[in-house]
Design a protein around this ligand. Sequence first.
Ligand code: AKG
Length: 479
Amino acid sequence: MGLKIGGQVEKVNGKELSYNDFVQRFLVENEPVVLTGLMDGWRACRDWILHDGRPNLHFFSTNFGNSKVQVAYCDTKEFTDQRRVEMTVSEFIGYWLELSSNEFNDASTHDFDGKSLLYLKDWHFVKEYPEYLAYTTPLFFLDDWLNLYLDKYHMHEDPDADKEKNEICCSDYRFVYMGAKGTWTPLHADVFRSYSWSANVCGKKKWYFLSPTQRHLVFDRNMKSSVYDISEDVSETKFPGFDKAIWLECTQEQNEIIFVPSGWYHQVHNLEDTISINHNWFNAYNLCWVWDLLLRDYDEAKEYIADIEAICDDFEALCQRNLAANTGMNFQDFFIFIVRFSFANLVLLYLLVRDNEISVGLSSQRARHIFFNLESARDIALKMHSTVLTQDGGISIDFNRNLGDSAFLELCMALGRTYQLLHKPCEISDITEALVEDLVKFDFVGPSGSHISTAEDLVSVIDYAFTKLSSVSSGKFSH
Ligand SMILES: O=C(O)CCC(=O)C(=O)O
């Protein structure tokens, strides 16, 4: 393929990188990196591989054979992705074993019979086998609001959706991918414009990356559709900028983890039989990417049905329904998400102040991290200002009511434990009933805190809490 390659993705020994360095160099800069040395001791690296380094396919059919998974036809485009079918892991492994027994060595997307190669994708392995503990998420990727949230809540409740299907496909963003040599993933940027990380348990992948500053170069003149396969002859008439795009490339070996930053377009080819583990995630550093995507997708959804606006009873509600169906969440879902995370961070901040970890200045790293989270949520709320959030009778999220909800308290504890791991050594107090009572009495969310309905309310609550907490941060708590 005649791509212009501008360089290789940097490789860094993850054992020699501190969490803060990772944040500054890769999350803040939004740059890709390959990290080595982070997969020691993973059970997946023992159980899923044979002595010669190839995938232990029988292990999968024996232990997880009944799981239903999504399998992509690598030679068939459907909309912007590959056509997918559902099958059991046993069926998929049966196909793969037959493929391997036919020593087929062509680097195309077809097998020996001219049939499409099949690629198992987006298997919600952790959700399905929580007891198995195939791996531990490396420290660098732990501040993962998306999966922490989905462990306690649904992102979008759709009364019309097929419940069972929804439960699985939207349950989390922690996946296993398995595919023979030649399987591949077309050019795309990740769901929600999240970050992702992808760890090669076995095999080898070739990645091509395009910086978001060059995103326009892979789109058509109307910025509507993007190139599907960069390894094909791409039509200059349809994609006039494509030849100017400058790509980063990378060969990811076994036991290496690649970090994919927000909004980077990428295409991936399995150079060998490969199994990978892959998470999508976002946090305070890339929250703005999620909001920008939602706004863009909303405008698109609205434009798409503009001709029925006049005859529609509730046009706005329809746009939001379509946004949720296409993007995976709508404005309201995102707002509720931000409010819950703001509340959770406020609870953690309260604990730090109470336990004297903050005295006047932002002394600890953990305190700075939590302040940064709240500032980032506040910035998004400012951006959301004037956004219509009132469909379905509006939203009202109550801080004190959340304190009585076990899902919310579990979210606070999970977030607290995460920051404890990231910013060791530090302790986090348990969230006890007494603490909940203290929080209610202390009233640090102020008068509007009991009912957050708009982005402006959220800004006021965060401002009020900052003021109140800093006025008592000298260590003296007075209600
Ligand atoms: O490994 C693959 O085939 C695709 C992975 C990917 O696109 C991702 O992690 O974002």
